[in-house]
Design a binder for this molecule. Structure first.
Ligand code: EPU
Length: 434
């Protein structure tokens, strides 16, 4: 199992280019199931979750070509003949976003069999809202042997009101509704940029959608969708992670190829704690001096502060002079990084969904264990300012969602290297979900 060895203390200086958004690429690939024509996706990040989704689509009979050379971020998908509208447990257990195929499969094939995700590292993450929504569109749902089975000759338009805001739930239903008979009204939808990006792709494929990016979306179903070419939006969480890294290390970094509008909540918070941030059309320059004021933060749905940046903000809060209270409102049990930060010397108390971080602490290097994707990122950030050499174990979590993170960090002056186990054991696929 690979590890990162990181020697802290270097300010990050230079330019980092941001990759395409994993969480926009995953639904876009699922959307290709809605048509028998070719869908070409540009700016697909080379991360492990994309490979998992490629395997998932291929297992159903899709032809998925990942580009190489200069076209390494292009993926071409053609779902001309789907042989098995099914997402098996082996894949769903390693990537919960596999449930995104449920809506498109039932809409296109009239039937879908998708494994229930099961246990999850960041709290209970049920899919009841996906199921309830599909039922509103006329699907008959049953549960058999750990699988959700959805059937509908043709979905029909309906009125879906999400009890709770769900990102992939909104995306799943949006895809299903594009091929339904009649109009679907969806309320209390997620407003994340990734939902808007999916809608742009679907519209290019011939879908009739209004309101994506707001909490009310209207979809007029069409008989069929066709092929399209689409460029995935930049990854706002990858950008946010590097922005926090630059600030924490007292560096000066230009984060390019991102969309600063998608980062507004984070950039406002950073300005509040004293980080100098300048942005223009598609880049953010961050200048840190290593001095931070404490500031409380609560995670919220977009456009609020993203839960996917909570762990990274906690690492930064260990460097602020005073107490910052961090409230995690989206997921229960998403503080697993806190205990590892404490092992590096941080002063963090957890009470339910609230973490109180008291700084400033000179972190000291330790051997730490990554527990999920964003938790791993926070440990890397902490290591960049810690005294000594930190070893971050289980970096397969980070490989799920960050493209070549160590190369990008090395490019701006970080001392980080990847080491593999000298005598690797045979490992089964990690069963932890993010
Ligand atoms: N929820 C339900 N029932 C459902 C669906 C969700 O109760 O049927 C609850 C969840 O348990 C959670 C809340 O609703 O408490 C929000 O969950 P949501 O469905 O929005 O999360 P998700 O769609 O599974 C996506 C991202 C996550 C990100 C969350 C929140 C993708 C592939 N994943 O997950 O990204 O944390 O939205 O913004 O888009 C990551 O990239 O590290 C990651 C975990």
């Amino acid at each position: 199992m690979d590890k990162f060895v990181i020697r802290g203390g270097n300010p990050l200086l230079g330019t980092i280019r941001i990759s395409g958004a994993k969480n926009a690429a995953l639904p876009a690939m699922a959307a290709a199931l809605l048509t028998d024509e070719q869908v070409i996706l540009e700016n697909i990040p080379q991360v492990r979750d994309i490979e998992t989704e490629r395997r998932l689509l291929a297992s159903m009979g899709a032809e998925v070509e990942l580009g190489y050379g200069r076209a390494q971020h292009r993926t071409t998908i053609r779902c001309a003949h789907l042989v098995a509208p099914e997402a098996a447990y082996e894949l769903v257990k390693t990537m919960r976003a596999s449930t995104l195929v449920l809506g498109p499969l039932v809409a296109r094939c009239g039937m879908a069999r998708v494994s229930l995700p099961g246990g999850c590292a960041i709290g209970a993450r049920p899919i009841d809202l996906h199921i309830k929504g599909l039922e509103q569109l006329g699907a008959k749902i049953s549960q058999e042997h750990g699988y959700v089975v959805a059937r509908a000759d043709r979905l029909r338009g309906g009125h879906v009101v999400f009890d709770k805001i769900t990102v992939t739930g909104t995306e799943d239903l949006l895809m299903a509704a594009t091929l339904a008979d009649g109009e679907t009204l969806m309320e209390n939808c997620a407003r994340e940029p990734e939902v808007g990006d999916l809608a742009s792709l679907l519209i290019k494929m011939g879908a009739n959608i209004e309101g994506a990016g707001t909490s009310t979306i209207r979809v007029k179903g069409v008989q069929r969708l066709h092929g399209a070419r689409h460029r995935i939006i930049p990854d706002r969480i990858e950008a946010g992670t590097f922005i926090v890294a630059a600030a924490m290390t007292g560096g000066d970094v230009n984060v390019t190829g991102c969309d600063p509008e998608h980062l507004a909540a984070l950039l406002n918070k950073l300005q509040e704690v004293g980080v100098k941030v300048r942005h223009n059309g598609e880049s953010v320059r961050v200048m840190g001096d290593g001095e931070f004021k404490p500031s409380d933060m609560s995670t919220e749905e977009y456009p609020g502060f993203p839960t996917d940046m909570q762990a990274q903000y906690m690492a930064l809060a260990t460097q602020a002079e005073g107490a910052s209270v961090i409230t995690e409102n989206i997921f229960e049990n998403r503080f697993m990084h806190a205990q590892e930060l404490v092992r590096m010397g941080a002063n963090i108390k957890i009470e339910g969904r609230r973490a109180t971080v008291r700084g400033k602490t000179q972190l000291s290097a330790a051997a730490v264990l990554a527990s999920d994707l964003r938790a791993s990122a926070s440990l890397v950030l902490a290591a960049l300012v810690a005294q000594g050499e930190t070893i971050v174990d289980r970096v397969y979590h980070i490989d799920r969602g960050y493209e070549h993170i160590e190369e990008k960090l090395r490019g701006v002056g970080a001392e980080i290297k990847r080491i593999g186990e000298m005598f690797p054991k045979r490992l089964s696929t990690p069963a932890v979900l993010v």
